[in-house]
Design a protein around this ligand. Structure first.
Ligand SMILES: [Zn+2]
Length: 163
């Protein structure tokens, strides 16, 4: 996997930062800060502990260098396959980033704000809907995922897992 896979998909990467962060109102905004350094962002990541197969990444976000590149590299080092937890990990990772940016823009341009918990639950729901749209093969893994993410799946045939 290309280490910048997630960075490349972010069209807003070149948007200038520099104001005080709209999420915490404390620190000067930067991409590193917004996505992982910010206390607001950390709270959202932390909310997904035990739910998304991201605990190693979340540890890095909590205790690491606060460098986005480190997190992307760690993410690139995780197993990337059609396993349900691999899919959940990638969906949550992308969705948290997207919603952090949405929240930042809502606060910046619309003077509209949500709590970290509301955003975390919004991400959860978005990912849950995606999971419900998958054909998931019956396995220990998919059972554990279905329990955490509250989705059901058909267990017939040998349908391939697909996103
Ligand atoms: Zn902040």
């Amino acid at each position: 996997m290309h280490p910048n896979k997630y960075g490349h998909r972010l069209e807003w990467w070149d948007v200038p930062c520099g104001e005080v962060c709209y999420l915490c109102n404390q620190i000067q905004e930067s991409h590193d800060h917004l996505l992982i350094g910010c206390s607001f962002a950390k709270s959202i990541w932390r909310w997904f502990r035990g739910k998304a197969g991201l605990d190693g990444i979340i540890d890095r976000i909590e205790y690491g260098s606060n460098q986005w590149n480190d997190v992307v590299n760690a993410m690139a080092g995780t197993v990337c396959n059609k396993g349900i937890w691999s899919i959940i990990r990638r969906l949550v990772f992308s969705a948290v980033i997207y919603h952090l940016w949405q929240e930042r823009n809502a606060r910046t341009f619309k003077n509209d704000s949500s709590t970290y918990e509301v955003i975390a639950k919004r991400v959860f729901e978005v990912v849950r809907l995606r999971l419900m749209g998958l054909h998931v093969r019956k396995s220990m893994q998919s059972h554990s995922a279905a329990k955490v993410w509250n989705f059901s799946f058909d267990d017939g045939g040998d349908s391939q897992l697909s996103v």
